[in-house]
Design a protein around this ligand. Structure first.
Ligand code: ADP
Length: 257
């Protein structure tokens, strides 16, 4: 629990700093962007237009990056509702398949019975997408990616500072490059990245960790260099069964809180 508190305080400080910079940087980009709109009206020279085009692409990339930084800094409050992670994952399957590339075999190993959890579905989708993108980056020559869900019972402090009890486990396992121990140890740190500038922000796993901790759970990473990586997300299970929630879905309104 202390680690989670420390993490959230650190994230908040970094978030404020980042938000300020991203905001100002975004304004500068929009100045460049509108100048780039005008330039093609002043020159028809193909060589010039090519330069304008590459500048435009760079500005777009910069805008995407600042957008990511801003959404990191904002840390919107969660909107948790009672969900089956299986239902969320099934509904999100097409997006996840598109995110993994075609040389990766993506398999869903969803438990036939799964407890519900109180979770912000949109943020959960973003978290899983982050993990899938990391897995894809770790498997440039292809490999296998398995997204699994299970009901598990944890002993006290078996995972992070979590109390004993029933949890929903969502794991994302790849057969990619894996991480050296010193990388795995820092993987959840904000801005820690081994990727080149422009490719990685180092915010993916730290956001996943922050979100899961905020949801009352915890995240762990197990990785072997040259073999692959598994990221485990533990969410506190609600007492009711998933079947009950499926019934409610079938009913008129789903006011699940
Ligand atoms: P980013 O992906 O932007 O670098 P992350 O916080 O998502 O930021 O990841 C931090 C670092 O952890 C990555 O740069 C990479 O070195 C390592 N990492 C994360 N996921 C994996 C994975 N599935 N396989 C191998 N290394 C990974």
């Amino acid at each position: 629990a202390n680690a989670a508190l420390f993490h959230s305080q650190k994230m908040e400080a970094i978030g404020q700093l980042t938000g300020g910079i991203a905001h100002d940087f975004n304004n500068l980009l929009s100045v460049i962007s509108s100048a780039l709109e005008v330039l093609p009206l002043k020159t028809q020279e193909p060589a010039d237009l090519k330069i304008v085009d590459s500048m435009r692409r760079a500005v777009d990339r910069g805008a995407t990056l600042t957008q990511q930084l801003l959404s990191f800094a904002r840390q919107q409050p969660l909107k948790p509702e009672k969900h089956s992670v299986n239902t969320i994952l099934s509904g999100f399957e097409a997006v996840l398949r598109r995110a993994a590339n075609s040389s990766i075999s993506l398999e869903f190993d969803l438990a036939t019975r799964i407890s519900t959890a109180s979770i912000d579905a949109a943020r959960f989708e973003t978290a899983v997408l982050n993990l899938v993108v990391n897995a894809r980056d770790a498997m440039p020559c292809g490999g296998s990616l398995v997204i699994a869900t299970r009901d598990v019972t944890l002993a006290d402090k078996e995972v992070g500072g979590l109390p004993a009890g029933p949890y929903v486990l969502v794991s994302v396992a790849d057969t990619g490059s894996g991480m050296a121990p010193e990388v795995a140890a820092r993987a959840f740190e904000p801005f820690f990245t081994t990727k080149e500038i422009g490719k990685g922000t180092g915010l993916g796993l730290s956001q996943v960790y922050g979100f899961i901790a905020q949801s009352g759970g915890s995240a762990t990473v197990a990785s072997t260099q040259g073999k692959g990586t598994t990221v485990n997300l533990y969410l506190p299970a609600l007492a009711e069964s998933a079947e009950a929630s499926a019934d409610q879905h079938a009913g008129a309104d789903k006011a699940l809180v």
